[in-house]
Design a protein around this ligand. Sequence first.
Ligand code: ADP
Ligand code: MG
Length: 246
Amino acid sequence: MTSPAAPLVRFKNVEKNFGALQVLKGITLDVAPGQVVALIGRSGSGKSTALRCVNGLEMINGGELEVCGRKLHAGKVDLLELRKDVGIVFQSYNLFPHLTVEENITLAPRKVRRIGKAEARDIAAEVLEEVGLSEKAQAYPEQLSGGQQQRVAIARSLAMRPKLILFDEVTSALDPELTGEVLKVIERLAREGMTMMLVTHEMAFARSVANTVVFMHQGRVWETGPGAMLANPVTDELRQFVGSGL
Ligand code: ADP
Ligand code: MG
């Protein structure tokens, strides 16, 4: 069991290899309950891999990784149980096109959490309100904009009542005018105390929403601090990254 103050996520010297390629070279990082941690860095620096390890989409090769009180480095992990606690939202929202918004949202709670139909619909209504799409419950994904579809994907994740949500570049596939509405939803979740790890290219957003910004470079946590560190980088690598406008 985790005590209230214990981190929900604890990386300790985490290593991850793909064959001969070492992608994470000893990552150490804690995420406390209610914290928002933004991962930034160049393409290929290991941000997505780090997130994917947290919900067991990838298994680590070295070090220790504890998520919601489960040691992912020690023996068998019940991935289904882990993923009840840890939601993940990707760049591509992957809604089922033949299901309504409400059906997309109630599918996992009904199948995985075995929640009854009426209760699942109540949850859907609640999470759709949370993302500002109450009126779209009976719509099909193709009837929605990209930004709205991504908000449904976030609602779908919330419906599982996760302790932690991971966001991997959730606005990267969206037109700029649709990005803001998705970021607003994440900001709202942050205000409400949801624990989140997010990979983002939106530097202003990272700076405003994150308690901690983690700059990853070549598989390492290169520099970390509050959002304000983006205005005053210590390392040349972060200075160049921030200066590159990415
Ligand atoms: P980022 O999200 O920061 O762009 P990634 O974590 O996606 O970086 O990737 C880090 C490195 O790991 C890259 O060199 C990438 O090509 C490699 N990589 C990621 N996933 C795999 C995989 N499944 N198999 C082999 N190499 C991978
Ligand atoms: Mg990535």
